[in-house]
Ligand binder design. Structure first.
Ligand code: 26Q
Length: 804
């Protein structure tokens, strides 16, 4: 039983006792990693106090529960977060200090749990924090990847991927639960025969059986007693594995399922592996939920009244046919009953409108790997076509919207057809789904579509990562905003207060110094803390237009070189971005940033006015010191392409001004702060749509019209930055020979002008501080607590659990 220490003396005693018990050493003799492990275990046990009780209360009170199925959870570190949420950070910190141990050193030992790529995975993690903090019974379901997303190193100015061995010290937060292990079946064939009752009996005879073992992590909220679970599934060999031609082959086949977050899907083998991952965690997760539901209710008739499943994009969409399979094959429901239960349980969130990111699987893969599930998908498709053409008389929409076509399974279509709710992640994004990308479906099911603008947990992204700002806010408006972030609004009364403006600038300076020290230590680059910190931190992707940012930098560099009287307000341009390993264009942009940085930073005429810094290995922990040090938040995607963005919200909440296009949640940020307190530029989403529709854009005309643009574009291929003629040729080609798909040249002048405006604004420090304070004051809306309340009320129909 865990000891619930109540003060620092009890903490110290318990800590020392555990070190002796575990390692047979005194505190003084213990290695720092041992101290970290013990602290982690103590916090986990502390967090577990209410874990069992939570499960019991939820079962006893027959509360509805939500399960968030996601291939990604970018949890980051949990030690600080859990200590803070449990309200025992100060006890631990002071106790350790009295033992001569700085808590920060232990915090730094924890690896980020990087079980994801980017926005979608971090959103899932923020949602878990909000669910627990709002006393809502909502759990995560994912894969226990052996390696997180690769670590990024820069070697000779290029990205190199290094495996992320996040489990090397063990994961102190997880508890292995072998008693909940289940088998997952793949391949083989399906036998069917008629039962005595005249109903078909279906038996899937698999060729591969994998044992799925769950590892549970407690999710604790701030100041709440409800403890939720993040369940991570690990693949192991099954006792009764069949048809494995050789043991070694079988073991390898099982091991690779959970090896990587993102298996290289350039080969057929890699693609099938990803499909295997999807079915693996879906089948295991659903199986468990059903088992637990049956043990409470002894029937599945009320399943959708007690269980809500949110599908984080299409990656877990096999939930739909899998639940149908279980209901029909194992529990003998007929199709219509099973379909009602399934549809009422499932809800789907879309996170992207890029057509290349809409998931499709070759029919053959699905049929071979999941023969029974595929039969059900075929039947869903058949019935959908009948419903639309026969019942609704809309055969015009049938072919667009069906699941099986062109030899592929269209996962988004399956998701929409099989769930009761479809949501986008920002107002503009949902509008584009309804009016464009999913217009036909919106005609068929107008009531399914709804918007849930994303959010971020203000606990991690403001309270814990920026204590300086948090303290200043508390001093100014009191502590209410901590539990209720909408109360940040109260700051509006003080935005004109000169003393507060000054204090805010001091806080920002402190954060800038912390970041500058990190950059000095890791990259050996000196940056000027009095310069404007201009930050673009996000995955590297053509549509996010890091290249537009670089083009402006190159332009400024040329102009300062050419004209000694032209000088800009000192600026530090900071980038942080990982590129997908196979995305050569994105990697080329990273390389370009480094070459430009070399040139600019080593030029004594220019470097006093600007520096370019690329911070490697962007992830949750780096974001925690990066976002809050920014003056300018670069959100410059081609309008209509960024579903929402969530980095934009983190910057805003920490008092940075948005320099952005009217895209994703930027639109709502501007709505809150007003045009005067953001710097907005460029084509709007409908302009972009029109330009594309009418095919009126000509990149060469833009190029020929503007000498500055010409010079910048030429610099990609005239050895300004690299003597190797192969370098940056691809960038040049993408821009100039694919008619600049993401409209960089179209927005270049507007962007350059907006950058100039930023500089003018920054010269007036009081006005600048006022703008930052207004951004903070209006950022409460972007707390994921608000988002989660909307999901809970409007989609899941769940209410806070009273633990008493
Ligand atoms: C698609 C096809 C085949 C295999 C994989 C995929 C795939 C994998 C990951 C498609 C998309 C993703 C991830 C998408 C993502 O992270 N989207 C981001 O979601 C955030 C949270 O809603 C938004 O804020 C971002 O705007 C959006 O880009």
């Amino acid at each position: 039983m865990a000891n619930e220490f109540k003060n620092k003396n009890e903490f110290k005693e318990e800590f020392q006792r555990r070190i002796i018990e575990r390692y047979g050493r005194s505190f003084e003799q213990a290695h720092i990693t041992e101290k970290y492990m013990i602290l982690g275990e103590m916090v986990r046990d502390y967090a577990s106090i209410h874990w069992n009780a939570s499960k019991n209360v939820v079962a006893e009170k027959q509360e509805k529960q939500m399960y968030y199925f996601s291939m990604e959870f970018l949890m980051g570190r949990l030690l600080t977060n859990n200590l803070m949420n449990l309200g025992i950070y100060e006890i631990a910190k002071e106790g350790l200090a009295e033992l001569g141990q700085d808590i920060n050193e232990l915090e730094d030992l924890e690896s980020d749990a990087g079980l994801g790529n980017g926005g979608l995975g971090r959103l899932a993690a923020c949602f878990l924090d909000s669910l627990a903090s709002l006393n809502l019974a909502g759990h995560g379901n994912c894969i226990r990847y052996e390696y997180g997303l690769f670590k990024q190193k820069i070697v000779n100015n290029e990205q190199v991927e290094v495996p992320d061995q996040w489990l090397s010290l063990g994961n102190v937060w997880e508890v292995r639960k072998p008693k909940h292990a289940v088998n997952v079946n793949f391949g083989g064939h399906v036998d069917m025969w008629m039962g005595e009752d005249g109903k078909a009996i279906v038996k899937h005879v698999p060729s591969l059986i994998v044992r799925a073992v769950p590892y549970d992590m407690p999710i604790v909220g701030q100041n709440t007693n409800l403890t939720n679970t993040l369940r991570l599934w690990s693949a192991e060999v099954a006792d009764d594995a069949c048809d494995a031609s050789s043991l070694n082959e079988y073991v390898n086949e099982v091991r690779e399922i959970c090896r990587n977050v993102y298996p290289d899907d350039s080969t057929e083998h890699g693609k099938i592996l990803r499909l295997k991952q999807q079915y693996f965690f879906v089948a295991a997760g659903l199986n468990n939920i059903i088992e637990s539901h049956m043990s409470t209710y002894h029937t599945l008739d009320n399943f959708s009244e007690k269980v809500a499943i949110q599908l984080n994009d299409t990656h877990p969409v096999l939930c739909i046919p899998e639940l149908m399979r279980i209901l029909m094959d194992d529990y003998k429901y007929d199709w219509d009953q099973a379909w009602d239960i399934t549809k009422n349980t499932m809800a789907y969130t879309n996170h992207t409108v890029l057509s290349e990111a809409l998931e499709k699987w070759p029919i053959q893969y699905v049929q071979d790997l999941l023969p029974r599930v595929f039969m059900i998908i075929e039947e869903i498709d058949r019935r959908f076509k009948y419903e639309v053409s026969h019942d609704m008389g809309r055969s015009d929409l049938m072919n667009e919207c069906c699941v099986l076509k062109d030899g592929q399974v269209h996962m988004a279509n399956l998701a929409i057809i099989g769930s009761h709710s479809v949501n986008g992640v920002a107002a503009l994004h949902t509008k584009i789904l309804k009016e464009d990308v999913m217009k036909n479906f919106h005609d068929i099911y107008p009531n399914k579509f709804n918007n849930k603008t994303n959010g971020i947990t203000h606990r991690r992204w403001l309270l814990y990562s920026n204590p300086q700002l948090s303290n200043l806010l508390e001093k100014t408006i009191g502590p209410d905003f901590k539990a209720n972030p909408e109360r940040l609004q109260d700051l509006m009364k003080y935005v004109d207060d000169k003393d507060l403006q000054k204090e805010f600038m001091d806080v920002k300076m402190e954060r800038k110094k912390i970041l500058a020290a990190y950059i000095k230590e890791t990259l050996h680059i000196d940056i000027d803390v009095n310069s404007i910190f201009d930050v673009q931190a996000k995955r590297l992707h053509a549509y996010k237009r890091q290249l537009l940012n670089v083009m402006n930098i190159i332009d400024l560099y040329f102009r300062m070189k050419q004209d000694p009287s032209f000088r800009i307000y000192p600026r530090t341009f900071i980038f942080a971005a990982k590129a997908a390993p196979s995305y050569t264009f994105a990697k080329e942009v990273i390389k370009l940033i480094h070459y430009v940085a070399d040139k600019v930073n080593n030029d004594s005429d220019v470097s006093p006015y600007m520096k370019v810094v690329f911070i490697p290995n962007y992830g949750v922990s780096i974001a925690e010191i990066l976002m809050n040090a920014a003056d300018v938040s670069e959100q410059i995607s081609t309008a209509g392409k960024e579903a929402s963005g969530t980095g934009n919200m983190k910057f805003m909440m920490n008092g940075a001004i948005t320099l952005g296009t009217m895209d994703g949640a930027n639109v709502e940020i501007v709505e809150k702060v007003g045009y005067d307190h953001a710097e907005i530029f460029g084509l709007r989403a409908d302009d972009v749509a029109l330009v594309k529709h009418e095919n009126t854009y000509d990149v060469w005309r833009k190029y020929n019209e503007n000498a500055n643009i010409q010079k910048v574009v030429n610099s990609f291929v005239d050895s300004t930055f690299s003597n190797d003629p192969k370098d940056f040729k691809q960038i040049y080609n993408e821009l100039m020979f694919k008619n600049d798909e993401y409209l960089l040249l179209a927005d270049f002048e507007a962007y350059s002008h907006a950058q100039k405006n930023i500089e003018e604004r920054y010269r007036n420090k009081e006005e600048w501080a006022k703008t930052c304070l207004i951004n903070i004051a209006q950022s409460g809306y972007f707390s994921s607590d608000r988002t989660i309340k909307q999901y809970a009320d409007e989609i899941w129909n769940i209410e806070p659990v009273n633990m008493k």
